[in-house]
Design a protein around this ligand. Structure first.
Ligand SMILES: Cc1cc2nc3c(=O)[nH]c(=O)nc-3n(C[C@H](O)[C@H](O)[C@H](O)COP(=O)(O)OP(=O)(O)OC[C@H]3O[C@@H](n4cnc5c(N)ncnc54)[C@H](O)[C@@H]3O)c2cc1C
Length: 425
């Protein structure tokens, strides 16, 4: 049942993928309606109100990783500029700070084993089969911590072939921020969608998609229903299982079980001053600080002067903090910082002027942070890329088949690719 030229299209989700798809379709004169559950666009791009921190601090995505050609193109179109990350990364261990240098004494062995990889494995299987000797213990720990932190992934699940591709491409290293924040990019896209006639409806929590007489009928929690020639579902993959789908789409959607999805807890603390410059660290240009504490990774806004430290905890171990509310997460963040810098947590609290903590697993419209590839993911993505009944499409960062799954670039790229697939029909 394939409609050759769908005229009315519903996009479920107004995040990066949904907006990018909607803009492309609306520009091609399709009647597009975006149904968005929240009261804002952006999804996992989540700028906090300027009143919180004095600038649109990022509660979700913050950095541009790797080459990100679609993101760069969009920034140029929007007249937005980039702010490269500048400064020095440090490691804090046992009360001592050292400049971060990734000196792995087994680097050449690791590279050789990766290059010789013929059959994909999980990272844990790869490390066990090649590097189980106790002399590799430090390297195993470093790699697992990095994968849990940056990829938000479970080492027992993440594909080592995908990691090899990611590492060759410079990894998830943060290259730059969008000057003015990712929110400016979302505003630009949402405005462009509206200018081309797309309708964005907030507070529209999609509960079910049905197929009636060859059309899709979307049912929302508020009782409204919307009919269209085809539908693009961009809800994050853990949320997809909460939407009732027709049998053909349900079968395809089952493939998401083969795509990894990790969690992140992000803690933003704003202080009166950049007090860390006065500590033994004395690093005015501090960027990233990696520690062994409960909230292990911290970064500044350098080269911007905001006195804000952002804490990051990613991967399956975040489940251990699932029961903490926002206040308790902020306290956990302050506790980790106090240990790293050898300070009294009460003194830090006195110097704090604003704070936010977001456990993305508790967000009902995300249920986690972002996806990663398992050895079965590429096959799952191919299954999901074929529209169910020719009229229900899946899109979003998790469907992106390049090296940078789980990024804004992945979402933008997959959104436009999905729209073009519809327009080619
Ligand atoms: C803490 C955190 C930090 C990150 N850091 C970075 C970073 O530095 N750099 C980077 O490139 N990427 C980062 N990411 C990942 C990046 O944010 C995502 O990959 C990207 O924004 C996903 O876009 P999307 O459109 O695929 O999904 P989403 O942004 O999740 O959009 C999906 C939309 O669907 C809506 N929705 C969900 N359910 C329903 C429903 N039932 N009905 C209607 N609407 C629904 C959601 O509200 C949402 O707006 C980060 C993510 C998180 C959480």
């Amino acid at each position: 049942m394939t409609r050759s030229n769908p005229d009315r299209i519903i996009v479920v989700g107004g995040g990066a993928a949904g907006l990018m798809a909607a803009r492309e379709l609306a520009r091609a004169r399709r009647h597009v309606t975006i149904l968005e559950a929240r009261d804002r666009c952006g999804g996992r791009i989540d700028p906090l109100p300027v009143s919180d921190f004095g600038y649109p601090a990022e509660g979700g995505a913050e950095f541009i990783h790797g080459k990100a050609p679609v993101t760069h193109g969009l920034l140029r179109e929007a007249g937005l500029s980039l702010q490269p990350i500048q400064g020095t990364s440090w490691t804090a261990e046992d009360g001592k700070f050292s400049r971060r240098a990734s000196q792995n004494p087994h680097e050449s062995e690791l590279q050789r084993a990766l290059a010789e990889l013929k059959v994909d494995l999980s990272l844990a299987e790869f490390l066990t089969s090649h590097f189980s000797h106790p002399r590799y213990e430090q390297m195993r720990r470093t790699i697992e911590r990095m994968v849990e932190g940056y990829d938000a992934a479970d080492p027992a699940k993440i594909s080592v072939a995908a990691l090899r591709e990611e590492w060759m491409d410079g990894g998830r290293s943060a290259q730059a921020r969008v000057a003015g924040g990712y929110g400016a990019l979302i505003e630009f896209l949402a405005k462009a969608c509206r200018n081309h006639g797309a309708d964005i409806r907030f507070g529209s929590v999609v509960k079910a998609v049905e197929i009636v007489d060859g059309q899709t009928v979307i049912r929302c929690a508020d009782g409204s229903s919307h009919q269209s020639d085809c539908t693009i579902l961009t809800a994050p993959i853990p949320v997809l299982s909460e939407i009732d789908l027709p049998p053909s789409a349900r079968v395809r959607a089952a493939a998401v079980a083969d795509i990894g999805f990790g969690n992140v807890i992000k803690i933003l603390l704003c202080f009166q001053t950049r007090w860390w410059i006065e500590t033994p660290l004395k690093a005015a240009d501090l960027t990233f600080l990696i520690s062994e504490e409960q909230i292990p990774v911290w970064w500044t806004q350098n080269p911007n002067p905001q006195p804000v430290l952002t804490g990051w905890f990613g991967g399956p171990k975040t489940a251990g903090l699932a029961a903490l509310d926002e206040k308790e997460l902020i306290e956990a963040g302050l506790g980790s910082l106090a240990k790293i810098f050898g300070l009294d947590p009460r003194r830090l609290t006195e110097r704090m002027v604003a704070a936010r903590a977001i456990n993305w697993a508790n967000d009902p419209f995300a249920r986690g942070a972002y996806s990663y590839a398992t050895p079965a993911t590429r096959a799952a993505q191919l299954t999901l890329a074929k529209p169910a009944d020719g009229i229900i499409f899946f899109a979003g960062e998790a469907l992106y088949r390049g090296a940078d799954m789980g990024t804004v670039e992945a979402a933008l790229d997959n959104g436009i690719e999905t729209a073009r697939a519809i327009l080619r029909r």
